[in-house]
Design a protein around this ligand. Structure first.
Ligand code: SIN
Ligand code: CO
Length: 385
């Protein structure tokens, strides 16, 4: 089956994943024909003035780039030139529901891979220069036109311009040169050199997918291991033998430590559960705002029966494990579940906005109702206001 952004090409999701995902770029003209910008350039600038919103303004001249990090002052926008600057705002999906909805068009990629929707506004000639990203990205063109030059495969030459405030490639020889218009989309896998330059003033939506690296995983796993009961993890040496120098790390001590480290053998289920928590956890400094009062099932039911729509929090990813036992993970929190709640779990993991009829159908079992109440109590679900 073709996912919406691929339908124009008649390309099945399987073919995209087989031939392009993490391998080769794909340009889809008219990928999202009914796409309308969920915010204006002015609203994006307003967002970039708020505390807690990550943003950059990049200005360029023929010889150099300058970067200013947000939050910005309104005055800054009034003093920008007519051309050759861009504003980039991260995680717009957390602040603008319409930007979050864009992520649902990419639900053929697992939730744990989702990073964010970054939105950029560029004045004519604006851009961040030729560079490489380590993430997969779908670049959806909003209003205006942007020229994309990009490689056919991952770049071999990754040397950077020294001393630049951005990661700019020293040499860039693109294979493709295309102008994208509203609703067009370009998929770029990690490592492909690219440069987007505004042809006219334009808005571009970068739907980004992250992948954890081993160092991050080891660090998180070692934190999780610190939660072992202290006694279980204590180094013990009741047979300590005299040694000729107190500085020596003796063969016996080395053997003890090696066996402690190797004794950390984790079962598959323990690794899976750690990974699901890790992969769904909140970014540092983020939290899921909880409602002042935990709602009851009756209160939720009343609103669902009125047909009210429910929305998922954008703070944490939603994922689940379905064997040997069922766990739902939201924002790093593990919720052990009964199998009868599986239809509800599948529903909440599949879309950001949930219709009342679907939720009522998936919540017939008591276990599902309990889970639904828990999700509202955590702030993971809420009614659209
Ligand atoms: C942009 O939207 O200007 C930059 C996106 C990118 O190249 O990663
Ligand atoms: Co990029």
């Amino acid at each position: 089956m073709a996912a919406p952004p691929l339908a124009r090409l008649g390309m099945s999701t399987s073919r995209f994943l087989r031939d392009h995902w993490q391998k080769r770029p794909l340009l889809v003209r008219g990928a999202l024909p009914s796409f309308r910008d969920p915010l204006s350039a002015e609203e994006l600038a307003g967002l970039a003035c708020e505390d807690g919103v990550e943003s950059r303004i990049v200005t360029r001249t023929r010889t150099r780039y300058d970067v200013r990090y947000g939050p910005h002052e309104e005055q800054t926008f009034l003093s920008l030139p007519e051309a050759r600057w861009t504003l980039l705002v991260q995680e717009v999906n957390r602040h603008v529901p319409g930007a979050a909805d864009l992520l649902d068009a990419f639900s053929f990629i697992p939730n744990v891979r989702v990073d964010d929707v970054m939105v950029s506004y560029a004045a004519p000639g604006g851009g961040v220069g030729p560079h490489i990203d380590s993430y997969d990205v779908f670049l959806v063109q909003g209003q205006g036109r942007r020229r994309w030059r990009y490689g056919a495969t991952a770049a071999g030459d990754v040397a950077l311009v020294e001393g630049a405030p951005l990661r700019i490639l020293r040499r860039f020889s693109p294979d493709h040169d295309e102008i994208l218009e509203a609703g067009d989309m370009l998929y770029l896998p990690p490592g492909v050199a690219h440069e987007g330059t505004a042809d006219t003033a334009c808005l571009t939506y970068s739907v980004g997918f992250r992948a954890p690296n081993l160092a991050e995983m080891y660090m998180d796993l070692s934190d999780a291991l610190c939660d072992l009961p202290a006694g279980a993890a204590l180094y013990r040496d009741p047979q300590l033998a005299p040694q000729h120098n107190p500085g020596l790390v003796s063969p016996a001590a080395r053997a003890r430590v090696r066996s402690m480290i190797r004794g950390l053998a984790l079962s598959d289920a323990e690794i899976d559960r750690w990974y699901a928590r890790f992969a769904t956890r909140l970014k540092p400094g983020h939290e899921i705002p909880r409602p002042a009062r935990a709602p009851s099932w009756r209160a939720i039911l009343r609103r669902l029966e009125r047909g009210e729509v429910v929305v998922r929090s954008e703070e944490g990813r939603f994922a689940y494990l379905d064997e040997p036992r069922i766990y739902l993970y939201v924002g790093g929190e593990e919720l052990p579940c009964h199998r009868a709640a599986l239809p509800l779990i599948e529903l909440v993991c599949s879309a950001r906005r949930l219709g009342a009829a679907d939720l009522l159908r998936a919540s017939r079992a008591v276990a599902a109702r309990e889970l639904l109440v828990r999700l509202f109590t955590l702030g993971a679900l809420s009614f659209v206001r």
